[in-house]
Structures are given as C-alpha cells and as structure tokens.
Unconditional design. Sequence first.
Lengths: 107, 107
Amino acid sequence: MSASEQKYDVFQAIADPTRRQVLELLTEKELPISEITSHFSVSRTAIAKHLRILSEAELVSGRKVGRERRYRLQPEPLNELKQWLSFYEKFWSNKLLKLKYEAEQDK
Amino acid sequence: MSASEQKYDVFQAIADPTRRQVLELLTEKELPISEITSHFSVSRTAIAKHLRILSEAELVSGRKVGRERRYRLQPEPLNELKQWLSFYEKFWSNKLLKLKYEAEQDK
DNA sequence: TTGACATGGAACCAAAAGGTTTCATTTAAA
DNA sequence: TTTAAATGAAACCTTTTGGTTCCATGTCAA
C-alpha cells in the first residue's frame, strides 16, 4: 500500500474547502502538521486526516524532519483536472461554439 | 429558495463520478431524466438526486416539456474552477517557476 | 534521563451521501 | 376516460465524511 492507494482522486480531494485551504497554505512553503493546524479551527487530528486524503490523491507529499513531518505541494495531479476542464471550455468560453450548440438544441 | 440554494458548489458537484458522466452526456444534447438514467445502472430516483445537486451548483438547468423535464448543460460555473486552477498552474506547468519554488524550499 | 513537543493511530460519533422502494400526480395516448 | 409514461417526493437504509478524544511513540532539549 504505497501512497497511491487511489481511494481518493483529485476531484474528491479538492471538493472539501478545508483541503483547498491547506493546499493554498502549502504553495507558500513546506509546513509541518502543527503549523498547518494553527491556521484552522479544527483539531490537529482532523487536519492530519485531510493531509492523508490529499496525500492519497498525490497532491501533497510529506517527509519526516526530526520530530516533525513536513508537507509540500505536489500540483501535478491537477493536470488531470485541467484536461477535464478543457473539454468543457468550448461550451462556454467560446461564444460562437455556444451559439452553435444552442442552435442544435432548437432544431 | 431559488435554484441557487448554494448547498452544493462546483467543487462538490463534480466530485462524484456519476455526476461527471451526467454532465458529459448533456454536452451532446438536452435530455429528460429517464433518458439519462438509461445510461446508468442506478435508479431513476438516484439520477434525479444527482441532477438536483448539479442544478444547485447551476451546472445544469431543467425545463418541463410535456410530461418530461429536459436538462441541459450550463457550463458557466466551471469558470470558477478554471480560475482556481490557474492559480496553481504556475506551480507545475512552468518548469522555471517550479525550480525557483524548489530552490526557495531549500534555503 | 526527564520532560515537553510533534505525531501516529485507534475508537467513537453525528451528519451527509448515495441508493432504494413505494406512492402520488401530471400528461400523452389509445 | 382509461392507461401507461415520466416525474416528484417521502421514508428508509448503509457507508462515507469530517471531527473528536484519548493513548502510544519517537525525538529534541534542559
């Protein structure tokens, strides 16, 4: 059971607002759990669970340094999300295609 | 209570794989619930619930036509996701920035 | 070597999710 | 006007989520 147990994918990982905030924190720099927890109102254990989920989705990775474990952002999996999005982009960002789409709905 | 009860946001709405499939189906054309359901192995009621969630996130909208209700894709909310993503893009798609980031982690 | 500090992990919990079945209602069709 | 089709909606059920508390373990510091 490596880090890629894949019980959680990117879509699920970013669905929770707390986890999105954790990711945002980690864009600054590598941080240990206690430090991350200090930015939230929930317990350290709760944050640890969120980190595990982010870790399974491979959005973060942790390395032990002394008695603390520092987590860092691993944004690569977001690429899957980007590709997913690009498929839908043509349905809204491109007005011409959108009009074409609507025209087809009517006929 | 309009369609924007906002209990579900875009992030949560697309977290479920079934809902993502429903969205994909609707890129083709407007479809009634029973038609959508025929593409899945779960009950019509279950699909109706997914549609409600997608509807609250304003990713789809339904209009009644005769005895059926047809749903269509409303991709605009995905723009929020796109903007969220763009913030992280610089941390992985741009190799130079990534190296810079890693350098800062080490110092 | 003795405490603090930083985590890890187990045991529990309430609420939310995702489904199902059943029954009522609206509407097209025979 | 009787039926069958297409939904809407309520009542329930089982897992999963997001949290918590409590206890064990590893590690830095005095």
